[in-house]
Design a protein around this ligand. Structure first.
Ligand SMILES: [Ca+2]
Ligand SMILES: [Ca+2]
Ligand SMILES: [Ca+2]
Length: 323
């Protein structure tokens, strides 16, 4: 894990110059996170009606922190209506022992002890014009209320958004802030998840991204995407891959693709680019994605890619001239 810690320290340096705290991240260009109510149809684009994010506060930050949610309610302009708005969304914040380290917390399904750790706060929203296109703030939390994690050199908080009732879709975003009234980034803070459930852009010229970090023991990855409605392709770009295109799923189905990892790609981020169909792009498309390695370990998506956005490095191989 030492090398991973080293990469993370490089990441902190990168974060100093970047706005690392919005979720989805700036480089991801994802319009909104999406979670549906528990009675929704999966064909609308959410496989499990629950989404988990982790927020890291570096050890040297001693000031209180806040986790802010944009448009936490389900109703009004941004959210996806079915019939009448009758959906309830519950957001809960966890810290303390096990919040991150419990294996159930690091899966892709809301199963077992995924709500591990100490619950620090919970709030449930229905239709609430007060928070429509507006922020709700959790906190202040003392950073040490998170779970200390040596690997990342800081304290981790977990936030779970559960669709507890109803059948509508909730669009929302997060911001990790030093302020309870505005969005002020925490130096060196960042967010990550194991599965991403989100709304795609309607405009086919907008490309969204996620950046899975390839841990050293990875030889192959298995990417699974859900309910893409055949809307374009997923292009994988890396330091050693100029661009390889993969198929996406159709309506209400999972698509699984597997590919080998090149030696240069270990301990770097991959760039998964979601390129919509130019002809008749799908409107209001909600999708889910996760990535594992050959040991079935789920890889993390950092909202700011570790090491920066990966760029293909074209290398001219030195050729020996034989005499
Ligand atoms: Ca409804
Ligand atoms: Ca919402
Ligand atoms: Ca969809």
């Amino acid at each position: 894990m030492k090398q991973f810690a080293f990469v993370i320290s490089l990441f902190f340096i990168y974060c100093l110059n970047t706005n690392a705290q919005p979720v989805p991240g700036v480089d991801e260009n994802i319009p909104f996170l999406m979670t549906f109510g528990a009675n929704a149809e999966k064909s609308w684009g959410d496989d499990d009606f629950s989404q988990t994010f982790f927020f890291l506060i570096p050890e040297n930050n001693k000031s209180p922190i806040y986790i802010r949610v944009y448009d936490p309610d389900t109703g009004g302009e941004l959210d996806e209506l079915k019939g009448v708005f009758d959906t309830k969304m519950s957001y809960s914040v966890y810290g303390g022992k096990g919040a991150y380290s419990d294996p159930d917390a690091q899966g892709v399904d809301p199963k077992g002890n995924y709500k591990s750790g100490n619950m620090l706060a919970i709030k449930t929203f229905g239709v609430d014009p007060r928070y429509d296109k507006n922020w709700y703030t959790f906190g202040p939390f003392n950073p040490t209320e998170g779970e200390f994690t040596k690997e990342f050199g800081g304290y981790i908080f977990k936030v779970i958004c559960d669709g507890v009732a109803g059948d509508d879709g909730n669009m929302y975003r997060y911001f990790l802030s030093t302020s309870g009234t505005e969005n002020k980034p925490i130096e060196g803070g960042f967010a990550f998840s194991y599965e991403y459930s989100f709304r795609m852009w309607d405009n086919p010229n907008e490309v969204s991204h996620i950046y899975p970090y390839i841990i050293e023991q990875t030889e192959a990855v298995k990417m699974m995407n859900f309910d893409w409605d055949l809307d374009g392709i997923i292009r994988v770009v890396s330091v050693a891959r100029k661009g390889q295109d993969f198929e996406v799923s159709g309506d209400n189905e999972w698509k699984e693709v597997t590919f080998a990892i090149k030696p240069e790609e270990k301990k770097t981020s991959l760039d998964f680019q979601f390129r919509k169909r130019q002809n008749a792009p799908v409107k209001s498309n909600n999708v889910v994605i996760n990535v594992r390695n050959q040991y079935n370990e789920v890889l993390r998506f950092f909202t700011v890619p570790i090491g920066g956005v990966p760029k293909y490095k074209y290398q001219i191989k030195a050729t020996q001239i034989k005499k």
